[in-house]
Design a protein around this ligand. Structure first.
Ligand SMILES: [Zn+2]
Ligand SMILES: [Zn+2]
Length: 299
């Protein structure tokens, strides 16, 4: 009995095999865990369908102080890539990574190619409570740094999944371009303001301010991580009046007492805003930046 496989059968079999292979690939997404939603959102934009992103710190809570939960270790135990902020912000991540007992996870310090601001020129005494001993770690709030991080994430993903390396790089370039477009738009909108100064509670916004040519002449905290004294608040009242500073940016996880006092004394407008974006969705990072600009210009 002769047995002949038709061309049609071969094509069908190949199509099925191909289909199975691609669905297997689709299931085997690269698991990424990020300390912050901001890094997670950038990873989602760069990784596209090839990644599954989880994040640790909630956007409405203080990124300097995160309670280490066993569920975070479980997430990292399955991850291929961990995205750290670095610059001493998320030292809590080390505890999560150690606890995950995952020796295959690659750790990317996303600050690696950032030019840090506010690097102390003298050795900082930890007992002073300064939470920025290696310079200001809130670099993700400058979209130019978002572009730098996107390229580093693309390189890391490309090492893990070389078959998609070109796509990761292309998405990172597209993302970096969108970041710069948003920043340039933000600069123009801020430039139209009569007064481009603001007070911020914590020094979360120095990169943001630099990105859009704003000036931050004072912080509610006299030293990062240290609550204000009455004397410092009085200095701020004088400063706000003297320079007619219109806006105070306050992170949602600090006490409202000092901002409310300053608002009563000077009429300064308090904007409550998290330094982190809402989620690890790919568009969340830039939506957060654009929303900050809109709130500052009051539209
Ligand atoms: Zn900080
Ligand atoms: Zn002071």
């Amino acid at each position: 009995m002769s047995y002949r496989i038709s061309f049609r059968t071969v094509v069908a079999a190949l199509a099925l095999a191909c289909c199975l292979a691609s669905s297997t690939r689709a299931m085997a997404k690269i698991k990424v865990v990020a300390s912050l939603t901001d890094l997670g959102s950038i990873a989602a934009a760069v990784g596209g369908d090839q990644v599954e992103v989880k994040t640790i710190a909630r956007p409405q809570s203080d990124p300097h102080h995160v309670e280490v939960l066993p569920s975070y270790m479980v997430s990292v135990s399955k991850a291929r890539l961990y995205l750290k902020v670095g610059l001493m912000l998320d030292q809590w991540a080390d505890q999560i990574i150690d606890g995950s007992r995952n020796n295959k996870v690659e750790i990317l310090d996303c600050s690696a190619h950032i030019i840090p601001l506010e690097v102390p020129t003298t050795r900082v005494d930890g007992r002073q409570g300064d939470v920025h001993p290696n310079g200001n770690p809130h670099y993700w709030l400058d979209p130019r740094n978002g572009g730098i991080v996107a390229r580093d994430i693309a390189a890391a993903l490309g090492r893990i999944d070389p078959a998609h390396e070109v796509e990761f790089r292309q998405r990172a370039e597209t993302f970096a371009k969108e970041c710069e477009d948003s920043r340039v738009d933000g600069v123009a909108r801020i430039a139209a303001l009569p007064n481009r100064t603001m007070i911020t509670y914590h020094a979360s916004w120095v990169y943001f301010a630099e990105a859009v040519a704003m000036e931050v002449p004072g912080h509610v905290e006299p030293v990062p991580g240290i609550p204000p004294t009455g004397g410092h608040l009085q200095e701020l009242v004088d400063l706000i009046r003297q320079r007619q500073i219109p806006v105070l940016l306050q992170e949602p996880y600090y006490s409202q007492d000092a901002p409310e006092f300053l608002a009563r004394q000077t009429g300064i407008r308090v904007i409550k805003a998290s330094p982190s974006c809402d989620s690890a969705q790919p568009d969340s990072y830039l939506a957060h930046f654009n929303k900050l600009i809109a709130e500052i210009v009051g539209s």
